[in-house]
Design a protein around this ligand. Structure first.
Ligand SMILES: NC(=O)c1ccc[n+]([C@@H]2O[C@H](COP(=O)([O-])OP(=O)(O)OC[C@H]3O[C@@H](n4cnc5c(N)ncnc54)[C@H](OP(=O)(O)O)[C@@H]3O)[C@@H](O)[C@H]2O)c1
Length: 316
């Protein structure tokens, strides 16, 4: 495993994290013992960053993460817990209430990284109101650092301007080898400002791995049911890219997932993919994506292949 500083904090985090949305009905890991083994496999492979959220299973994911850490006897300082407060809970007092609930579900005294999950869009919560509440939680010792998820750069700027003593250390954004919009604004912004980019859906929810046929992809019933990437007009193209990933994987003695994640690591040293895993095997495999690099030529070949894709989100 290789490690990086979380933003400018100096806190050491693994270049591959573990996404814990899988611990919910959405993805189907609702058996605690499976979740615990996934966490164990990740930690044993050097992963020390776990990304969860209040909305994942309405608290189930946070409960499983906290319980697994306790049951596995992990020292609190040896794991970096990142969670997220939904865009609906951003009234000043609600930020405290929601954080209290999160602390209780996780069973910890403090949360290393509290991210705003998405900007408030259904309520007019002023940006400075919730940012100052988060800053107060740092002062009070309940939150270590602040992150923003699914925020455009203009709003990141606005949010940072509200803070008096601390800064935003993390931007979390969708980023994978077929969905590269983050390269336009957010990654350059993070590079300029010393922030980390937590890349969510770094495997495009498994689409890039080519493990589902066109017919199977269309029939997936979980969170991927309505996902545009799995619709034939997109998925057909992605299957072609996955063939390239498979070829390169066999050359390196790696798996397609490891190649897809390593490609992201190569793009920018700010990027920290947080793949979700449904089994300990997947977790171990994903952790094995760090600690080595694709050659420049292979990185470029994948870059070219991915740039040929014409992904559309207009599927109906
Ligand atoms: N901030 C946000 O708005 C936001 C949004 C989405 C996700 N996230 C975070 O990002 C994390 C990851 O994103 P994601 O769950 O959307 O998708 P992902 O990490 O791109 O894909 C995860 C899925 O790919 C498959 N997979 C994973 N590793 C594999 C391997 N080594 N070999 C074969 N298949 C493998 C598994 O599904 P199957 O085995 O069923 O194919 C797994 O559930 C989440 O857990 C969450 O923490 C954040």
């Amino acid at each position: 495993m290789e490690y990086a500083s979380l933003g400018s904090t100096g806190l050491k985090v693994s270049r591959i994290g573990l996404g814990a949305w899988q611990f919910s009905e959405a993805w189907g890991v609702t058996d605690y013992s499976v979740a615990r083994e996934i966490v164990r496999a990740s930690l044993d492979s050097g992963v020390n960053l776990i990304d969860t959220a209040m909305v994942y299973g309405r608290g189930l994911s946070e409960e499983f993460v906290g319980r697994a850490i306790r049951d596995l006897g992990v020292k609190r300082d040896d794991v970096v817990i990142a969670t997220k407060i939904p865009g609906d809970f951003l009234a000043y007092d609600d930020v405290f209430r929601a954080t209290d609930n999160s602390l209780r579900r996780l069973g910890v005294d403090y949360i290393d990284l509290m991210q705003v999950h998405w900007p408030p869009c259904w309520h007019n919560h002023p940006t400075c109101e919730y940012m100052r509440a988060l800053e107060r939680l740092i002062v009070l010792g309940k939150v270590g650092y602040i992150g923003l998820s699914d925020f455009p750069v203009e709003l990141v700027d606005a949010a940072r301007a509200c803070l008096a003593r601390y800064d935003v250390e993390v931007i979390q954004v969708r980023y994978n080898i077929v969905e590269r919009q983050a390269e336009k604004e957010l990654i350059p912004y993070a590079e300029e400002n010393g922030m980390s980019v937590l890349a969510w859906s770094p495997l495009a929810k498994g689409a890039v791995l080519g493990k589902y046929s066109l017919e199977e992809a269309e029939k997936l019933q979980d969170v991927r049911g309505g996902d545009p990437l799995f619709k034939p007009q997109n998925y057909k193209q992605i299957l072609e890219l996955s063939e390239k990933l498979k070829q390169i994987a066999s050359k390196y003695g790696k798996t397609p997932a490891q190649i897809a994640l390593n490609w992201l690591l190569g793009y920018s040293d700010t990027v920290i993919p947080i793949p979700g895993a449904k089994s300990p095997e997947q977790a171990r495999e994903n952790a094995g994506a760090a600690g080595w690099r694709l050659s420049y030529e292979d990185w470029r070949a994948l870059d070219e292949a991915s740039k040929k894709l014409k992904i559309t989100y207009v599927t109906w």
